[in-house]
Every structure is written in structure tokens, then in C-alpha cells.
Design a protein around this ligand. Structure first.
Ligand code: AMP
Length: 114
């Protein structure tokens, strides 16, 4: 896959407002927040889209969800609640082709989404 801005962040080549990191996953604040708290959870190892995830990525996909919950606790939105979003490909609204989870909180989310 081609390199992306998130690949550069994962390698420490571009700065990000980090909330959490471990050997496999990073969580940082979105530059264009859509909620008072808007985090992005990415694997260090790039996977372009959810369509590209393989059975051997199952543990890593689980780690993304666990990191989302950890980052929600760290940023104080775990108890009030938050939304996770994973956009896939153009019609799904994906702009950066390095798999990522959005974590949105700090305000009331509406359902259904637009
Ligand atoms: P998506 O549309 O799901 O691909 O989401 C991409 C998200 O990445 C958008 O919400 C952007 O605001 C965000 N974004 C793009 N570049 C950066 C960056 N350098 N640091 C943090 N967030 C970014």
C-alpha cells in the first residue's frame, strides 16, 4: 500500500497529539475534531482499509478496540459515552488509507448518523 500521513505519524516522522501508544497501536487527537473529544486509533503496521484486513490481523483489530476504550478512559469520556466509527473506502467517507478508528465523545451523539 502507499504511504500515508498516518504511516508517517506511526513512524514518528510527523508529530501528533498522542493520547496513548504501545508496541502495536497509537491513539492521537484528530486535527479537525468533530466533537469535543475526537481521537484516532491506528495500528502501527499499516492496513489500507478494513477490506484488506486478513484473518491473521484479528488480534490487532481487537487491540484497536481495546485501545479505543483505554483512550476514552484517559480522556474522560468513557463513563458518559462515546462513538467509534470506522470508515471504509470512498462511499464510507474514508480519506486516509491507513486503517483507523474514530472515537468521538464529549457531546450527545445523534442516531441515525448522516
Ligand atoms: P477518514 O475520513 O475516516 O479517513 O478520517 C481521516 C481523519 O484524519 C479526518 O478526521 C482528519 O481530520 C484526520 N487527519 C488528517 N490528517 C491528520 C493529522 N496529521 N493529524 C491528525 N488527524 C488528521
Amino acid at each position: 500500500m502507499t504511504d500515508t500521513i498516518f504511516g508517517k505519524i506511526a513512524r514518528g516522522e510527523v508529530p501528533a497529539d498522542l493520547v496513548y501508544e504501545d508496541d502495536d497501536v497509537l491513539v492521537f487527537r484528530d486535527l479537525g475534531p468533530q466533537a469535543p473529544v475526537h481521537l484516532l486509533v491506528i495500528p502501527r503496521r499499516p492496513i489500507a482499509t478494513l477490506n484488506d484486513a486478513q484473518p491473521e490481523d484479528a488480534e490487532l483489530l481487537g487491540q484497536l478496540l481495546l485501545a479505543a476504550a483505554k483512550a476514552a478512559r484517559l480522556t474522560g469520556i468513557a463513563e458518559t459515552g462515546y462513538r467509534t466509527v470506522l470508515n471504509c473506502n470512498a462511499a464510507g467517507g474514508q480519506a486516509v488509507f491507513h486503517l483507523h478508528l474514530h472515537v468521538l465523545g464529549g457531546r450527545q451523539m445523534q442516531w441515525p448518523p448522516g
